[in-house]
Design a protein around this ligand. Structure first.
Ligand code: MN
Length: 131
């Protein structure tokens, strides 16, 4: 237990929905409403997973992913892009920016938790002593 997931999402409705679905599964959820706050929280809190919106007010999610993967403090935290962009090539751009995966909006409440579970580090049994 003690899995901590950071949600970087500026849209309140999406943020609430994602948070609700994850907390319902027992995850601890941290929230950031823009890229700068998300990067700061990633460094301070070292979440187990980052869910990253691409359209953010201050910097786009690709730049956030590039910053996080370039920083040794955060480079091994898996990042999953969550975006409504539907254009061809966005998936490739998210992956090349360092995201491990890509989930399209609108979020499917039935399947969202299982979609993100595959991106969590495998050895969640290992108690790192983080509360
Ligand atoms: Mn957004």
């Amino acid at each position: 237990m003690g899995v901590k997931i950071l949600v970087i999402e500026d849209n309140r409705q999406n943020r609430y929905l994602i948070t609700y679905l994850l907390e319902h599964k027992g995850y601890k959820v941290l929230q950031a409403v823009n890229g700068i706050a998300g990067i700061r929280l990633s460094i301070d809190e070292r979440p187990d997973l980052i869910l990253l919106d691409i359209q953010l007010p201050d910097m786009d999610g690709y730049a956030v992913a590039e910053t996080l993967t370039a920083d040794p403090t955060t480079s091994n935290i898996p990042i999953v892009a969550v975006t409504s962009y539907a254009m061809v090539g966005d998936r490739e751009q998210a992956l090349s920016a360092g995201c491990r995966g890509y989930i399209e909006k609108p979020i499917d409440p039935e399947n969202f938790a299982s979609q993100i579970e595959s991106f969590l580090p495998g050895n969640t049994d290992t108690d790192k002593g983080v509360s």
